[in-house]
Design a binder for this molecule. Structure first.
Ligand code: C2E
Ligand code: MG
Ligand code: MG
Ligand code: MG
Length: 273
Protein backbone atom coordinates (compact mmCIF):
# COMPACT_ATOMS: atom_id res chain seq x y z
CA UNK A 1 0.00 0.00 0.00
CA UNK A 2 2.77 2.42 0.97
CA UNK A 3 4.42 2.11 -2.41
CA UNK A 4 1.29 2.93 -4.36
CA UNK A 5 0.41 6.04 -2.38
CA UNK A 6 4.02 7.21 -2.59
CA UNK A 7 4.01 6.89 -6.37
CA UNK A 8 0.70 8.71 -6.60
CA UNK A 9 1.92 11.86 -4.89
CA UNK A 10 5.61 11.73 -5.74
CA UNK A 11 5.16 14.34 -8.46
CA UNK A 12 3.36 17.54 -7.58
CA UNK A 13 2.71 20.62 -9.72
CA UNK A 14 5.20 23.46 -9.24
CA UNK A 15 4.19 27.13 -9.42
CA UNK A 16 4.72 27.31 -13.15
CA UNK A 17 2.77 24.13 -13.86
CA UNK A 18 5.75 21.82 -14.37
CA UNK A 19 5.95 18.71 -12.24
CA UNK A 20 8.54 18.43 -9.52
CA UNK A 21 9.39 15.62 -7.14
CA UNK A 22 8.27 16.18 -3.55
CA UNK A 23 11.88 16.82 -2.52
CA UNK A 24 12.37 19.40 -5.30
CA UNK A 25 9.12 21.10 -4.34
CA UNK A 26 10.46 21.57 -0.82
CA UNK A 27 13.61 23.13 -2.26
CA UNK A 28 11.48 25.43 -4.43
CA UNK A 29 9.52 26.59 -1.37
CA UNK A 30 12.80 27.22 0.46
CA UNK A 31 14.06 29.31 -2.47
CA UNK A 32 10.91 31.44 -2.50
CA UNK A 33 11.20 31.90 1.26
CA UNK A 34 14.86 32.86 0.88
CA UNK A 35 13.86 35.50 -1.69
CA UNK A 36 11.28 36.91 0.77
CA UNK A 37 13.56 37.05 3.82
CA UNK A 38 16.85 37.98 2.13
CA UNK A 39 18.32 34.51 2.62
CA UNK A 40 20.15 34.52 -0.70
CA UNK A 41 23.71 35.75 -0.68
CA UNK A 42 27.01 35.34 -2.49
CA UNK A 43 30.25 33.95 -1.14
CA UNK A 44 33.43 34.80 -3.01
CA UNK A 45 36.39 32.50 -3.61
CA UNK A 46 39.73 34.08 -4.56
CA UNK A 47 41.46 33.19 -7.83
CA UNK A 48 45.19 33.70 -7.45
CA UNK A 49 48.04 34.11 -9.95
CA UNK A 50 50.60 31.33 -9.51
CA UNK A 51 53.76 33.37 -10.16
CA UNK A 52 53.27 36.09 -7.55
CA UNK A 53 50.25 35.06 -5.46
CA UNK A 54 48.26 38.16 -6.48
CA UNK A 55 44.47 37.76 -6.32
CA UNK A 56 43.28 38.44 -9.85
CA UNK A 57 39.60 37.70 -9.34
CA UNK A 58 37.02 36.10 -7.09
CA UNK A 59 34.29 33.67 -8.12
CA UNK A 60 30.82 34.52 -6.84
CA UNK A 61 29.07 31.40 -5.52
CA UNK A 62 25.40 31.55 -4.65
CA UNK A 63 24.20 30.50 -1.20
CA UNK A 64 20.68 29.99 0.12
CA UNK A 65 20.10 30.15 3.87
CA UNK A 66 16.71 29.72 5.51
CA UNK A 67 16.14 29.10 9.23
CA UNK A 68 19.84 28.50 9.85
CA UNK A 69 20.03 25.80 7.19
CA UNK A 70 22.29 26.42 4.17
CA UNK A 71 21.30 24.64 0.95
CA UNK A 72 24.26 23.91 -1.35
CA UNK A 73 23.95 25.21 -4.94
CA UNK A 74 24.14 21.63 -6.18
CA UNK A 75 20.68 21.16 -4.61
CA UNK A 76 18.94 24.42 -5.43
CA UNK A 77 20.39 25.45 -8.83
CA UNK A 78 18.89 22.42 -10.67
CA UNK A 79 15.49 23.13 -9.10
CA UNK A 80 15.73 26.82 -9.97
CA UNK A 81 16.58 25.81 -13.53
CA UNK A 82 13.62 23.48 -13.74
CA UNK A 83 11.14 26.06 -12.45
CA UNK A 84 12.59 28.98 -14.40
CA UNK A 85 13.41 30.83 -11.17
CA UNK A 86 17.07 30.74 -12.24
CA UNK A 87 16.62 33.74 -14.55
CA UNK A 88 15.58 35.83 -11.57
CA UNK A 89 18.34 34.40 -9.34
CA UNK A 90 20.88 34.88 -12.12
CA UNK A 91 19.90 38.54 -12.57
CA UNK A 92 20.14 39.04 -8.82
CA UNK A 93 23.57 37.40 -8.83
CA UNK A 94 24.84 39.64 -11.64
CA UNK A 95 23.63 42.84 -9.98
CA UNK A 96 24.93 41.79 -6.55
CA UNK A 97 28.35 40.89 -7.95
CA UNK A 98 28.48 44.15 -9.94
CA UNK A 99 27.57 46.18 -6.84
CA UNK A 100 30.39 44.41 -5.01
CA UNK A 101 32.83 45.30 -7.79
CA UNK A 102 31.65 48.90 -7.60
CA UNK A 103 32.10 49.03 -3.78
CA UNK A 104 35.60 47.56 -4.10
CA UNK A 105 36.43 50.14 -6.76
CA UNK A 106 35.31 52.80 -4.27
CA UNK A 107 37.94 51.43 -1.87
CA UNK A 108 40.57 51.61 -4.61
CA UNK A 109 40.63 47.85 -5.28
CA UNK A 110 40.26 46.76 -8.88
CA UNK A 111 38.85 43.27 -8.42
CA UNK A 112 37.29 41.12 -11.12
CA UNK A 113 34.35 38.92 -10.17
CA UNK A 114 33.46 35.71 -12.00
CA UNK A 115 29.75 34.95 -12.19
CA UNK A 116 28.34 31.54 -13.16
CA UNK A 117 25.73 31.63 -15.91
CA UNK A 118 23.28 28.76 -16.21
CA UNK A 119 22.21 27.13 -19.44
CA UNK A 120 18.64 28.27 -18.78
CA UNK A 121 19.72 31.92 -18.48
CA UNK A 122 21.45 31.69 -21.84
CA UNK A 123 18.36 30.13 -23.37
CA UNK A 124 16.31 33.09 -22.24
CA UNK A 125 15.85 35.88 -24.80
CA UNK A 126 16.02 38.53 -22.08
CA UNK A 127 19.57 37.65 -20.97
CA UNK A 128 21.26 40.33 -23.09
CA UNK A 129 18.86 42.91 -21.68
CA UNK A 130 19.85 41.80 -18.17
CA UNK A 131 23.51 42.33 -18.98
CA UNK A 132 22.92 45.84 -20.30
CA UNK A 133 20.72 46.57 -17.29
CA UNK A 134 23.51 45.62 -14.89
CA UNK A 135 25.94 47.99 -16.61
CA UNK A 136 23.44 50.86 -16.68
CA UNK A 137 22.41 50.30 -13.07
CA UNK A 138 25.85 49.91 -11.46
CA UNK A 139 28.04 51.85 -13.89
CA UNK A 140 30.82 49.25 -13.69
CA UNK A 141 33.15 48.33 -16.54
CA UNK A 142 31.93 45.11 -18.21
CA UNK A 143 35.52 43.85 -18.16
CA UNK A 144 35.21 43.46 -14.39
CA UNK A 145 32.53 40.73 -14.63
CA UNK A 146 33.68 37.49 -16.12
CA UNK A 147 30.87 35.19 -17.20
CA UNK A 148 31.52 31.50 -16.51
CA UNK A 149 29.80 29.27 -19.03
CA UNK A 150 30.22 25.52 -19.34
CA UNK A 151 31.91 24.07 -22.37
CA UNK A 152 28.83 22.48 -23.94
CA UNK A 153 26.99 25.82 -24.07
CA UNK A 154 29.62 27.29 -26.37
CA UNK A 155 28.68 24.51 -28.84
CA UNK A 156 24.93 24.95 -28.35
CA UNK A 157 23.32 25.24 -31.78
CA UNK A 158 20.35 27.29 -30.54
CA UNK A 159 20.16 30.76 -32.08
CA UNK A 160 19.07 32.25 -28.76
CA UNK A 161 22.15 30.87 -26.95
CA UNK A 162 24.48 31.93 -29.75
CA UNK A 163 22.87 35.38 -29.82
CA UNK A 164 23.29 35.78 -26.06
CA UNK A 165 26.96 34.79 -26.22
CA UNK A 166 27.51 37.29 -29.04
CA UNK A 167 25.66 39.97 -27.07
CA UNK A 168 27.76 39.34 -23.94
CA UNK A 169 30.96 39.68 -25.96
CA UNK A 170 29.71 42.77 -27.79
CA UNK A 171 28.86 44.38 -24.44
CA UNK A 172 32.46 43.75 -23.34
CA UNK A 173 32.04 40.92 -20.83
CA UNK A 174 34.93 38.43 -20.84
CA UNK A 175 33.90 34.77 -20.99
CA UNK A 176 35.43 31.80 -19.20
CA UNK A 177 34.88 28.13 -20.02
CA UNK A 178 33.87 26.51 -16.73
CA UNK A 179 34.57 22.87 -15.81
CA UNK A 180 36.77 22.51 -18.90
CA UNK A 181 37.52 18.90 -19.80
CA UNK A 182 34.29 17.41 -18.47
CA UNK A 183 32.30 17.98 -21.65
CA UNK A 184 32.59 16.26 -24.99
CA UNK A 185 34.09 19.00 -27.11
CA UNK A 186 37.28 18.13 -28.93
CA UNK A 187 40.40 20.19 -28.39
CA UNK A 188 40.08 21.29 -32.01
CA UNK A 189 36.92 23.23 -31.10
CA UNK A 190 38.81 25.25 -28.51
CA UNK A 191 40.33 27.50 -31.13
CA UNK A 192 36.89 28.71 -32.21
CA UNK A 193 35.55 29.51 -28.74
CA UNK A 194 35.42 33.22 -27.93
CA UNK A 195 36.61 32.75 -24.34
CA UNK A 196 39.45 34.62 -22.65
CA UNK A 197 39.89 32.01 -19.96
CA UNK A 198 39.63 28.30 -19.46
CA UNK A 199 38.90 26.70 -16.08
CA UNK A 200 40.47 23.26 -15.85
CA UNK A 201 38.06 21.07 -13.93
CA UNK A 202 38.92 19.76 -10.48
CA UNK A 203 38.90 16.20 -11.85
CA UNK A 204 42.24 16.92 -13.55
CA UNK A 205 43.80 18.41 -10.44
CA UNK A 206 42.96 15.80 -7.86
CA UNK A 207 45.30 13.07 -9.16
CA UNK A 208 48.24 15.30 -10.09
CA UNK A 209 50.68 14.23 -7.39
CA UNK A 210 50.15 10.50 -8.01
CA UNK A 211 49.48 10.36 -11.75
CA UNK A 212 52.09 11.44 -14.32
CA UNK A 213 49.43 11.31 -17.01
CA UNK A 214 47.28 13.85 -15.14
CA UNK A 215 50.33 16.11 -15.13
CA UNK A 216 50.68 15.59 -18.87
CA UNK A 217 47.08 16.67 -19.43
CA UNK A 218 47.52 19.80 -17.29
CA UNK A 219 50.71 20.71 -19.15
CA UNK A 220 49.14 20.11 -22.56
CA UNK A 221 46.08 22.22 -21.70
CA UNK A 222 48.30 25.01 -20.35
CA UNK A 223 50.40 24.97 -23.53
CA UNK A 224 47.40 24.94 -25.81
CA UNK A 225 45.72 27.79 -23.91
CA UNK A 226 48.92 29.84 -24.04
CA UNK A 227 49.16 29.30 -27.81
CA UNK A 228 45.55 30.41 -28.20
CA UNK A 229 46.13 33.47 -26.01
CA UNK A 230 43.87 32.23 -23.21
CA UNK A 231 44.42 32.25 -19.45
CA UNK A 232 44.04 28.97 -17.55
CA UNK A 233 42.71 28.57 -14.02
CA UNK A 234 42.91 25.24 -12.22
CA UNK A 235 39.91 24.57 -9.98
CA UNK A 236 39.80 22.60 -6.74
CA UNK A 237 43.42 22.99 -5.68
CA UNK A 238 43.49 21.37 -2.24
CA UNK A 239 47.17 20.69 -1.53
CA UNK A 240 50.60 22.32 -1.76
CA UNK A 241 51.77 19.40 -3.94
CA UNK A 242 48.99 20.06 -6.48
CA UNK A 243 49.83 23.78 -6.51
CA UNK A 244 53.51 23.04 -7.11
CA UNK A 245 52.79 20.70 -10.03
CA UNK A 246 50.25 23.08 -11.59
CA UNK A 247 52.92 25.77 -11.60
CA UNK A 248 55.37 23.37 -13.23
CA UNK A 249 52.73 22.48 -15.81
CA UNK A 250 52.45 26.16 -16.76
CA UNK A 251 48.99 26.88 -15.31
CA UNK A 252 48.61 30.65 -14.69
CA UNK A 253 45.98 30.83 -11.98
CA UNK A 254 44.63 28.66 -9.18
CA UNK A 255 41.48 28.42 -7.10
CA UNK A 256 40.76 25.99 -4.28
CA UNK A 257 40.59 25.24 -0.59
CA UNK A 258 44.40 25.22 -0.37
CA UNK A 259 44.41 28.90 -1.32
CA UNK A 260 41.14 29.99 0.27
CA UNK A 261 37.58 28.75 0.85
CA UNK A 262 34.63 30.68 -0.51
CA UNK A 263 33.90 33.44 2.04
CA UNK A 264 31.61 36.38 2.63
CA UNK A 265 32.41 39.87 1.37
CA UNK A 266 33.82 41.12 4.68
CA UNK A 267 36.15 38.14 5.04
CA UNK A 268 37.30 38.51 1.44
CA UNK A 269 38.20 42.17 1.97
CA UNK A 270 40.17 41.16 5.08
CA UNK A 271 41.80 38.29 3.16
CA UNK A 272 42.86 40.66 0.40
CA UNK A 273 44.67 43.03 2.76
P1 C2E B 1 31.69 25.74 -10.16
O1 C2E B 1 31.30 26.96 -10.91
O2 C2E B 1 32.62 24.80 -10.83
O3 C2E B 1 32.27 26.28 -8.78
C1 C2E B 1 33.32 25.69 -8.08
C2 C2E B 1 32.82 24.80 -6.97
O4 C2E B 1 33.93 24.09 -6.42
C3 C2E B 1 32.20 25.56 -5.80
O5 C2E B 1 31.20 24.72 -5.24
C4 C2E B 1 33.36 25.68 -4.83
O6 C2E B 1 32.97 25.88 -3.49
C5 C2E B 1 33.99 24.33 -5.03
N1 C2E B 1 35.40 24.33 -4.65
C6 C2E B 1 36.29 25.34 -4.67
N2 C2E B 1 37.52 24.94 -4.29
C7 C2E B 1 37.41 23.62 -4.01
C8 C2E B 1 38.35 22.63 -3.55
O7 C2E B 1 39.53 22.88 -3.32
N3 C2E B 1 37.87 21.37 -3.39
C9 C2E B 1 36.58 21.04 -3.64
N4 C2E B 1 36.19 19.79 -3.40
N5 C2E B 1 35.66 21.95 -4.06
C10 C2E B 1 36.08 23.21 -4.25
P2 C2E B 1 29.75 25.26 -4.87
O8 C2E B 1 29.83 26.64 -4.28
O9 C2E B 1 29.07 24.19 -4.08
O10 C2E B 1 29.06 25.39 -6.29
C11 C2E B 1 28.82 24.26 -7.07
C12 C2E B 1 28.36 24.64 -8.45
O11 C2E B 1 27.10 25.30 -8.38
C13 C2E B 1 29.29 25.62 -9.16
O12 C2E B 1 30.37 24.91 -9.73
C14 C2E B 1 28.34 26.19 -10.20
O13 C2E B 1 28.21 25.31 -11.30
C15 C2E B 1 27.03 26.21 -9.45
N6 C2E B 1 26.80 27.58 -8.95
C16 C2E B 1 27.25 28.18 -7.83
N7 C2E B 1 26.82 29.46 -7.76
C17 C2E B 1 26.09 29.67 -8.89
C18 C2E B 1 25.39 30.82 -9.41
O14 C2E B 1 25.37 31.91 -8.86
N8 C2E B 1 24.73 30.63 -10.61
C19 C2E B 1 24.77 29.43 -11.28
N9 C2E B 1 24.11 29.34 -12.45
N10 C2E B 1 25.43 28.37 -10.81
C20 C2E B 1 26.09 28.47 -9.64
MG1 MG C 1 32.20 28.40 -11.89
MG1 MG D 1 34.03 25.53 -12.14
MG1 MG E 1 33.22 22.77 -11.20
Amino acid sequence: GGRVSLAADALLPARDGKYLAREELAVEETLHRALEIGGLYLDYQPIVRVTDGVTVAAEALMRCRVDGEILPPGRFIPVAEKTGLISHLGDWCLVTAAEFVSRMQGHGTALKVAVNVSRVQLQNRSFAKSLHGVLAYTGIQPGRIELEITESLFMDPSEVVKGNIRAALAAGFPLAIDDFGTGYSSLACLKDLPAAKLKLDRAFVVDLPVDRRAFGVARAVAGLAADLGMEVVAEGVETAAQLQLLGEAGINEVQGFHIARPMNEGDLIEWLS
